[in-house]
Design a binder for this molecule. Structure first.
Ligand code: ZN
Length: 311
C-alpha cells in the first residue's frame, strides 16, 4: 500500500528558560499555547505545544524547556530550519515587530520561487517566515497578531544532510513524497495530498559537521497519519525497509512511533487523533497543567519543581 502521510504533524525542539520560550512564541509570534504538560520521559520538565486555535496537525511546534541546557550546534543530521507560512506583503510588519522585540533576523530573500524571512528565537533556533498566499488555513488571532499577518502553521522543514540518498529514498519510496524542485544544494520533496505543512527540503552539504541536538535545536520531526491502523501499516513498511522503529507509544494527544532516518534525523509518525481537546475544551486549551494518568498522583511534586509562568 502507498503511504497516506499528509505532511508534518509537529516539530519538537529544545529551549532554555521556560518563561522566555513561552513569551516568545505566544507574545512575539502570536501562536496559541494549546497544551501545557510535562515531558512524559522527564516529568520534572515542561512540554509546551504551540499552534493554531485547536493545535491542528501541521501547526504544532513543541518545546522541552530545560533551564540550564547548553546550546546545541546546528549541523548535518538535523532539522536546521523550521518554516511558517504567512501572507505575502506581511514581511515589513514582521520586521518592525522583530525590531521592537530585539529578534535577530535577516533581510528577506528568495529561493525555490518563494520569498522568505529568516529569524532566530531566543535560544538560537533558526526559523523562517515564508510568504504563501495559497495557504488558506485560518490563523489564531487570539495572540494579538492581525489575521492578514498571522502565522498559518508550518510551511515545511529543512533537513541538513551529508548525503541525501537514504533520506530521499525514504521520503519518495515509503512516505510517497514527490521530488518537486531544487536549487543549488537544496532539494524539495512534497506530500502533495492537499494538506499544508507538507514540504521537506534537504540541504546536501557533504562536509558539514554533524549537529549537536541541545538548546536551540530541533529534537525531532513528526509526520502525520490519520489513525492508529494506518500508523501500524506504515510501521510495517518502515520496519521492512530495515529501520529500527519503536512500537506505538501513547502521547495522550496522539500515538507515536519513532525511528532515526539514514542521515541521523529523529523522525516520528504521529496520529491526527485524538487531538488536544480531549482533557480541556477548545476554549480552555493551554490553561491548565495537564498530566497524563501515570503522573496525576505526583501532581503536587511536579508542580513544585516546574517554574511558574507569567502570562
Ligand atoms: Zn514528537
Amino acid at each position: 500500500m502507498k503511504s497516506t502521510l499528509a505532511g508534518i504533524h509537529h516539530i519538537t525542539a529544545i529551549a532554555g528558560d521556560a518563561q522566555r520560550n513561552y513569551a516568545f512564541y505566544t507574545q512575539v509570534l502570536g501562536l496559541r499555547l494549546v497544551k501545557k504538560t510535562v515531558n512524559f520521559d522527564d516529568p520534572g520538565t515542561y512540554h509546551f505545544y504551540f499552534g493554531d486555535e485547536a493545535g491542528n496537525p501541521g501547526t504544532i511546534l513543541t518545546f522541552f524547556p530545560w533551564a540550564h541546557v547548553r546550546r546545541g550546534l546546528r549541523g548535518a543530521g538535523q532539522a536546521t530550519e523550521t518554516s511558517f507560512s504567512v501572507p505575502s506583503g506581511s514581511f515589513d510588519w514582521w520586521m518592525a515587530r522583530f525590531e521592537e522585540h530585539n529578534v535577530i533576523y535577516n533581510k528577506p530573500s528568495h529561493r525555490l520561487g518563494e520569498d522568505y524571512l529568516v529569524f532566530v528565537d531566543p535560544d538560537g533556533l533558526k526559523l523562517e517566515l515564508v510568504a504563501d498566499d495559497t495557504d488558506t488555513r485560518k490563523p489564531w488571532t487570539g495572540g494579538g497578531i492581525p489575521a492578514d499577518k498571522a502565522i498559518r502553521g508550518f510551511h515545511g522543514v529543512t533537513l541538513t544532510v551529508n548525503d541525501e540518498k537514504g533520506t530521499a529514498r525514504l521520503l519518495t519510496e515509503i512516505f510517497d513524497f514527490q521530488a518537486t524542485k531544487s536549487h543549488g544544494h537544496r532539494y524539495r520533496f512534497e506530500a502533495g495530498r492537499g494538506a499544508f505543512a507538507d514540504k521537506i527540503d534537504l540541504v546536501v552539504l557533504p562536509h558539514e559537521q554533524q549537529g549537536i541536538v541541545a538548546g536551540g535545536s530541533v529534537h525531532h520531526v513528526a509526520f502525520r497519519v490519520p489513525d492508529y491502523d494506518t500508523q501500524m501499516v506504515l510501521r510495517e513498511e518502515i520496519a521492512s525497509a530495515g529501520y529500527g522503529i519503536t512500537g506505538q507509544i501513547d502521547r495522550q494527544y496522539f500515538k507515536s512511533l519513532y525511528f532515526r532516518e539514514d542521515a541521523g534525523v529523529l523522525f516520528e509518525i504521529a496520529t491526527d487523533i485524538p487531538g488536544f481537546a480531549t482533557d480541556e475544551s477548545l476554549d480552555q486549551l493551554g490553561h491548565g497543567l495537564m498530566l497524563p494518568p501515570q503522573y496525576e498522583s505526583r501532581r503536587a511534586d511536579i508542580e513544585r519543581v516546574l517554574p511558574p509562568l507569567e502570562a
